[in-house]
Design a protein around this ligand. Structure first.
Ligand code: ARG
Length: 455
């Protein structure tokens, strides 16, 4: 047990916490990850203190040098983290005092860990959102390349997992590119919100009697402005929720992609082959090749949802302002970031090593029933009202099923050669020219658009 006087807050205590309490309350084992943001925040704060005349310029310079040295020690793994010092903030402050002496003891002037942690965490959320945006872009690029390499492959599109209408394989890939673009924008928004107003200077709850130029300090840290209510500032974790929500939605999209790939790589579909390097075997059945990457991607989505719900629940009953409960925001946040970054990386790699089995795709897409709707359109073009045409072709499909005569043949018999031609799948796709539809020209244009955007 550490002597209470050695703790930064030890003044009013006769004894330090028990070992169990220390272990229960410490956060440095995970919040050490905030050290870069913490040090940047402290350097800006020290300069603010000097500008306000609360410390000398020489002291600010000493603090800055000391913090930079500490950062290098942490970067190179030479720093000793002490769980008796609770968290990243106190570890760094204590190390600074040890390194530079008296000046270090002035750093925490007009600051509390409450505004400090809110600032650090805002910066971390923004930095990490930027990393995720980069990775999302890489994943999009992998999908665009897969689309481009298989531009002319046709597959059935599904609704209710029943064959619906033919689409280009590329169109299916590009649907995911759209989803990931929205995710990317969500992370950009998350960073925009987190980086708007700096909480630093809000103190523990009510600012400080010592006046600092908060705006200048904020600007140095890259924020656009400062928070306007100190109580809101120290109790706000909306930016953590934004991040966790963005991660959860991205997880949904990744999970749906994973599910499509699992289905497509099954013997029943056989549309794709996932490279051996991105699958695993069975300990019992020698023939097995399992899409584990996809399954783990789907499975990990549960964690992303769980982390969002954990932080929402942690916050919901808290009276203003800071409560120690809020320390529980970090592990879910870090877990979602780590999970998502790792998943994005491995899924992008896997996509770069997927083989599309054209003949299996085309056999499936050659099912003439996929073009029953086009036959309805054919009747509509010849003047039949849509509802009537739908009914007529429905009956023709039933007849085809009953007699075993293929639909194109029946259509030809009833409506002539032109109706039979409706079942040419390439013609059918070429005719889908409306914006957003999968005609080959549209798809080529989309691939070009994305490649330009992603460059
Ligand atoms: N480790 C704390 C957290 O993550 C830092 C803030 C602590 N503030 C306090 N007054 N105990 O929330």
């Amino acid at each position: 047990m550490k002597n209470s006087a050695q703790r930064t807050w030890g003044g009013r205590f006769t004894t330090g916490p028990t070992a169990a309490v220390q272990q229960f309350t410490e956060s440095v084992s995970f919040d050490w990850r905030l050290y870069r943001q913490d040090i940047a925040g402290s350097i800006a704060h020290a300069q603010g203190l000097a500008k306000a005349g609360l410390i000398t310029k020489a002291e600010a310079a000493k603090i800055t040098r000391g913090l930079n040295a500490i950062q290098r020690e942490i970067d190179t793994g030479k720093f000793h983290w002490d769980s008796a010092l609770e968290d990243v903030h106190m570890n760094i402050e204590t190390a600074l005092v040890k390194k530079i002496g008296a000046a270090g003891k002035k750093l925490h002037t007009a600051r509390s860990r409450n505004d400090q942690v809110a600032t650090d965490l805002s910066l971390w959320v923004c930095d990490t959102a930027v990393d995720l945006i980069e990775q999302l872009g890489q994943l999009q690029l992998a999908l665009v390349n897969l689309a481009e390499a298989n531009q002319n492959v046709i597959i059935p599109g599904y609704t209710h997992l029943q064959r619906a209408q033919p689409v280009a394989f590329a169109h299916h890939c590009l649907a995911y590119v759209e989803m990931f673009e929205r995710d990317l924008l969500r992370f950009a928004m998350t960073c925009g919100n987190a980086g708007r107003n700096s909480p630093l200077g809000s103190g523990a709850i009510a600012g400080s009697t010592l006046r600092l130029d908060r705006a200048a300090i904020a600007k140095q840290l890259g924020f656009s402005g400062v928070t306007q209510n100190s109580m809101d500032a120290v109790s706000n974790r909306d930016f953590v929720l934004d991040f966790l929500y963005a991660a959860a939605v991205t997880g949904t999209h990744l999970s749906r992609l994973a599910e499509d790939l699992i289905l497509w790589s099954s013997a029943e579909f056989g549309f794709i082959t996932i490279s051996d390097a991105y699958t695993t075997g069975s300990s019992l059945m020698p023939q097995k090749k399992n899409p584990d990457i996809c399954e783990l991607t789907r499975g990990k989505t549960g964690r992303l949802y769980g982390n969002l719900v954990a932080v929402l629940t942690m916050l919901k009953g808290l009276p203003l302002t800071y409560n120690r409960d809020m320390q529980e925001d970090k592990e879910p946040l870090f877990d979602s970031a780590d999970t998502l970054l790792a998943t994005l990386r491995v899924v992008a790699d896997m996509l770069r090593h997927i083989k599309v089995n054209r003949s299996r795709c085309e056999t499936a897409a050659g099912d003439p029933l996929l073009l029953a709707t086009d036959l309805v359109d054919f009747l509509v073009k010849n003047g039949t009202p849509f509802r009537e045409a739908h009914h007529i072709i429905g009956a023709l499909v039933a007849e085809s099923e009953k007699t075993g005569i293929a639909l194109p043949k029946l259509a030809g018999k009833k409506y002539g050669r032109a109706a039979e031609k409706v079942f040419d799948v390439h013609r059918a796709l070429a005719a889908r020219k409306t914006v957003g539809a999968p005609s080959p020209e549209n798809i080529r244009a989309q691939i070009t658009r994305w490649k330009k955007l992603l460059r």
